[in-house]
Design a binder for this molecule. Structure first.
Ligand SMILES: NC(=O)c1ccc[n+]([C@@H]2O[C@H](COP(=O)([O-])OP(=O)(O)OC[C@H]3O[C@@H](n4cnc5c(N)ncnc54)[C@H](OP(=O)(O)O)[C@@H]3O)[C@@H](O)[C@H]2O)c1
Length: 276
C-alpha cells in the first residue's frame, strides 16, 4: 500500500478522530488537526502523529495553519475538511465578519483548501468534505444573503453551509480534476458524537436526548465513508466531484447540480476572502 499523508480537520473528536485512528492503522501518516488543545494532543499521542490547533472562527488561524502544514509536510495527499457543527439559535458573527455556521463549515475549509491546493495537486491528491444530509433537507442558497442577514435560522444556515460544501466539491473537480485532483463530499449518517450537544444548540433535542442517542450510529460507523474515500482516493474507485452516502454516490439538493451557482459561489467566496 502507498503510504499517504492525510490531513484531517476536526480530528480531535467524533468522526474525525475515528477516521484518524483507522487510517493510521492502515499505515498512513495522519496529521491531526483540532481546536481543543487537550483533546487534539490526546488523539495525536495515541497515534504518534503530528498535530495542529486551529479555530475556524478565526481566518488568520487558518492562514497560519496552512503555512505550517506547507513548511512541515512536503507531501499532502489528502485533505479531509471534516471540522464543523451546528450552532446556537441566535445568529453569531465572527471577527472576520461572517455568519459563524457559514464560516466554520464552509468558508474556512474553502480557504484552507485554496492555500494547500498547489501541494495537493502536485501530489495528485484528494479533497474530501464532510457534508450532511441537511444539505437536502434544509439547504436553499441565496447568493445575495450568504451571511443570513435577512433571515437567520440555525438549521437552514447549517443546511446551506453543507450544500455550499457540495457545490465547492463539484466546482473544485471541474477546475482541478484535469490536474489529477479528486474531490468528494459525503454524509456520515446520524452519528452519536458531541455534534450539536452543546447547550443551546439548535439540535440539542435530538443529539442530547438519551433515548434518541441510543439509536444513533457509532462514530466509527460514521467515519466509514471518510475512511473509504481517503484510503482509495488514488485508485479511481469512486467518481470525483460527487456526493456520497454509505460508500455510494447519492442524491443531493437539486441546487447542487447548478453549475452556474457553483461557479458564482466560488467567485463570491474568493471575493469574501480577498483571494486575487
Ligand atoms: N454527528 C452527526 O450526526 C453528523 C451528521 C452529518 C454531518 N456531520 C458532520 O460531521 C463533522 C464531524 O462532526 P462530529 O459528528 O464528529 O462532531 P464532533 O464530535 O463534535 O466533532 C467536531 C469536530 O469539529 C471540530 N470543530 C468544531 N468547531 C470548530 C471550529 N470553530 N474550529 C475548528 N474545529 C472545530 C471539533 O474540534 P474540538 O473538539 O477540538 O473543539 C471536533 O474535532 C462535522 O462537519 C459535522 O457537521 C455530523
Amino acid at each position: 500500500m502507498d503510504r499517504q499523508t492525510i490531513v484531517i480537520t476536526g480530528a480531535s473528536d467524533g468522526i474525525g478522530a475515528e477516521a484518524a485512528r483507522a487510517l493510521a492503522r492502515l499505515g498512513h501518516e495522519v496529521v491531526v488537526v483540532g481546536r481543543n488543545r487537550e483533546k487534539t494532543a490526546a488523539v495525536a499521542r495515541e497515534l504518534n502523529a503530528r498535530h495542529y490547533l486551529v479555530d475556524f472562527a478565526e481566518l488568520d488561524e487558518v492562514r497560519s495553519l496552512a503555512a505550517l502544514l506547507l513548511e512541515r509536510h512536503p507531501r499532502i495527499d489528502v485533505l479531509a475538511n471534516n471540522a464543523g457543527g451546528i450552532f446556537t439559535p441566535a445568529r453569531q458573527v465572527t471577527d472576520d465578519g461572517f455568519e459563524m455556521t457559514f464560516q466554520v463549515n464552509y468558508l474556512a475549509p474553502f480557504l484552507l483548501t485554496h492555500l494547500l491546493l498547489d501541494r495537493l495537486t502536485s501530489c495528485r491528491g484528494a479533497v474530501i468534505n464532510t457534508s450532511s444530509l441537511a444539505n437536502r433537507l434544509y439547504g436553499r442558497i441565496d447568493l445575495s444573503d450568504l451571511n443570513a442577514e435577512g433571515h437567520y435560522d440555525p438549521t437552514r444556515a447549517y443546511g446551506n453551509a453543507k450544500l455550499a460544501q457540495i457545490l465547492f466539491t463539484r466546482e473544485l473537480h471541474r477546475r482541478q480534476g484535469g490536474q489529477g485532483l479528486a474531490t468528494a463530499a459525503f454524509h456520515p449518517g446520524i452519528v452519536g458524537t458531541g455534534f450539536s450537544r452543546a447547550p443551546g444548540s439548535s439540535m440539542e433535542g435530538v443529539y442530547g436526548n438519551r433515548l434518541i442517542s441510543k439509536l444513533l450510529a457509532t462514530p466509527r460507523k460514521g467515519a466509514d465513508t471518510l475512511i473509504w474515500l481517503a484510503s482509495t482516493a488514488r485508485d479511481g474507485t469512486w467518481p470525483s466531484g460527487e456526493y456520497f452516502t454509505r460508500r455510494r454516490a447519492a442524491r443531493a439538493n437539486p441546487q447542487a447540480k447548478d453549475r452556474r451557482l457553483a461557479e458564482a459561489l466560488w467567485n463570491r467566496s474568493e471575493d469574501m476572502l480577498r483571494i486575487p
